[in-house]
Design a protein around this ligand. Structure first.
Ligand code: PLP
Length: 393
């Protein structure tokens, strides 16, 4: 049975993790894996999460399945968080929601649903992107069309290429849009550009698929969520895949949600049913712990403000690190523009060989693509990174 099975191409980040593990130098730096790290290099459990988990464990009196759509309290609380109170799309009953196993699971249900609705739909994806976007679209069998998103020279969004790509979409196609803090470039579209892009897509009958993974880490929670709220005020239809992995620090708890904005209530009901059917074949019933934790945080005013404060602390640390790197750009021109980008990622214009040299000679480990997780820098590491970049330039 397995004799025709080939070894899959190795995962680039997995290779970085292995090199990191094998590196015994105490001053080694991990800029590879995309998780938030505090000043000591640790990826901590948020205090609000710890408290909510304690309540959850104490109150939980059953492990019986929840509904096919997931934890109802979580679904409601996340709807309110993402869209705000009284958003017209919520009020008019046009949004269908389902729990996803992380942002990945939410994206998967979105793509499966798109395939069901339009088997010949194309998925338009700007490059570079989070590699799983491509793998997921491929896994569901949708045709992928790529376009350039980022200009490595100016370190900014290639707006013209993105607009051209939107103009080339067809009726029922999907167009992947990152929320705040683009992974891997940190280069975001402005609010005005997003609206312009949305209008181009709507004119073509294409549907945006928003991947919201880093809310709160860009311009602040409200400003970051405004991206979705603005879109939902204008779009007739949209997919919004939300991860709780980064903003709640719940990575391994696989917590997320997919919202589908529909043209009307009737369409919403059909979509809602189909989402459950799709999810049933993927996970049957969604996991409870992460969703229950988020639900507690969002329902309790004290825990919610603690969570928001911690999220803001994380954002401020990232801003501080970006500031440190920007101040070193004269010494290491590869860091130019880093202060204007958002979130934890930056795409360094270096080759895989240069990335490997930096790991070997400086104990600073990063992806072969040149993507770095800025939050992986500890005290003094920014200077070391600038020196390492200068040495390979
Ligand atoms: C752009 C983007 N979308 C979605 C995700 C989904 O993450 P998860 O499935 O862990 O929630 C990630 C995680 O790295 C990401 O970077």
């Amino acid at each position: 049975m397995f004799d025709q099975i080939q070894q899959p191409p190795s995962d680039a980040l997995h290779g970085v993790m292995e090199k990191l593990r094998a590196d015994s130098r105490p001053y080694k730096v991990d800029l590879g894996v995309g998780v938030y790290r505090d000043a000591s290099g640790h990826s901590p459990v948020m205090r609000a999460v710890k408290e909510a988990e304690a309540i959850l464990i104490e109150r939980e009196d059953s492990k019986a399945y929840q509904s096919l759509h997931g934890d109802e309290v979580f679904l409601e609380a996340m709807t309110e968080l993402v869209f705000g109170r009284d958003h017209p799309a919520v009020r008019t009953g046009r949004i269908a929601g389902i729990q996803g196993t992380g942002g990945t699971g939410a994206l998967r249900v979105a793509l499966d649903l798109a395939r069901l609705a339009r088997p010949d739909a194309k998925v338009h994806i700007g490059l570079p992107t989070w590699p799983n976007h491509l793998s997921l679209a491929e896994a569901v069998g949708l045709q992928i069309v790529t376009h350039p998103y980022f200009d490595p020279v100016s370190q900014a969004v290639d707006k013209e290429a993105v607009q051209q790509a939107a103009a080339a979409t067809g009726e029922g196609d999907l167009f992947v849009l990152h929320g705040p803090c683009h992974n891997p470039t940190g280069a975001d579209l402005s609010a005005g550009d997003r609206i312009g892009l949305l209008h181009s897509l709507m004119a073509k009958g294409a549907v945006p698929l928003v991947d919201l993974a880093y809310y709160g880490l860009g311009d602040g929670l409200e400003a970051d969520l405004r991206i979705v709220r603005d879109l939902a005020e204008r779009a007739e239809r949209a997919f919004i895949a939300v991860a709780c992995s980064k903003s709640f620090g719940l990575y391994r708890e696989r917590t997320g949600i997919l919202f589908v904005l529909c043209a009307n209530r009737r369409e919403r009901d059909h979509v809602h049913g189909q989402m459950a059917r799709i999810s049933r074949t993927l996970v049957s019933m969604p996991p409870a712990h992460g969703a229950g934790t988020v639900a507690h945080i969002l329902a309790d005013a004290r825990l919610r403000s603690l969570w928001e404060a911690e999220l803001e602390e994380m954002r401020q640390r990232i801003l501080g690190l970006r500031g440190e790197l920007a101040a070193l750009a004269n010494q290491a021109p590869m860091l130019r523009g880093v202060g204007k980008q958002k979130g934890i990622f930056r795409m360094l214009p270096i080759s895989a060989d240069q990335a490997m040299t930096i790991g070997r000679d400086h104990a600073i480990h990063l992806a072969p693509s040149g993507r770095i997780n800025i939050a992986g820098l500890k005290l003094g590491d920014a200077k070391r990174l600038a020196e390492a970049l200068t040495s390979v330039e």
